[in-house]
Design a protein around this ligand. Structure first.
Ligand code: DC
Length: 236
């Protein structure tokens, strides 16, 4: 995959196949999208990390969450790079520094959700995201990949799971990473963030009219991956 790094600097492409996977945090989107991209040998866009990187940079620079002009400027210029680490783990660099761990913190996720309500911020990230569409193909993970960013995608998946299941998954993930967490608090945060992502005026979290909705509450990662790969067979 060495030749697939830093595709952000290339120009946009409208014909390369794209699979979009949208849905709330904790639906399994990240793991599932990454696995599908690896199996198809496609590029992978984790758009949530872009929003999180803007959020982290805005916290570091002590910007207010409603300073729209400064946030949009940051979104257009924030120096984010995606890399694969030595043991195959996904890494995100901000200004050349590995911030993968910080980006997963609840505070950063919460700020990302607040920053993402601004149309000017979303517009600033639009072209950056579209430039990930490069041969042989792209799997794009986010909230508005199928509705806005890649509205002409070959296959659109909307992945959901109940808030309780998502809180349990998030709790497990955090504990495994050695980050302390409280399940009740996580559930409350998930509900609150769902509300903000779903109710916002621009690019709200909702399935595209032509998306296939999959509820992952009672499915394993492998079952969802197989289902998506089956659906993709006749569409790429
Ligand atoms: O997927 P995630 O939890 O890493 O995303 C963090 C926040 O970023 C999420 O609350 C909403 C926002 N986001 C968005 O608005 N649009 C996207 N395509 C991806 C993320």
């Amino acid at each position: 995959m060495a030749g697939k790094k830093n595709v952000l600097s290339m120009s946009a492409d409208k014909t390369t196949p794209v699979i979009t996977i949208d849905g709330p945090s904790g639906s399994g989107k990240g793991t599932i999208s990454r696995s599908i991209a690896a199996q198809l040998d496609f590029h992978f866009l984790d758009s949530g990390s872009l929003y999180r990187a803007v959020a982290l940079a805005s916290i570091n620079r002590r910007l207010a969450a409603d300073d729209i002009a400064a946030l949009a400027q940051l979104a257009a210029t924030v120096p984010v790079q995606f890399e694969t680490g030595e043991s195959g783990e996904a890494r995100v660099l901000l200004g050349g520094q590995d911030v993968s761990r910080e980006l997963r913190q609840e505070e950063v996720g919460d700020r990302a959700s607040r920053v993402a309500v601004h149309a000017a911020v979303r517009d600033a990230l639009l072209d950056r995201q579209r430039r990930w569409r490069q041969p042989p193909g792209l799997v794009a993970d986010g909230r508005d990949m199928g509705t806005v960013v890649f509205a002409n995608a070959n296959l659109k998946i909307f992945l959901t799971a109940s808030a309780e299941i998502r809180a349990q998954r998030r709790y497990k993930q955090l504990i495994e990473k050695g980050i302390s967490a409280n399940i009740e608090g996580l559930l409350e945060d998930i509900r609150e963030r769902d509300r903000r992502d779903t109710d916002r005026a621009v690019a709200a979290l909702k399935p595209a009219p032509d998306a296939v909705t999959i509820d992952s509450s009672a499915l394993t990662i492998e079952q969802v991956v197989t289902k998506v790969l089956d659906l993709s067979k006749h569409r790429l």
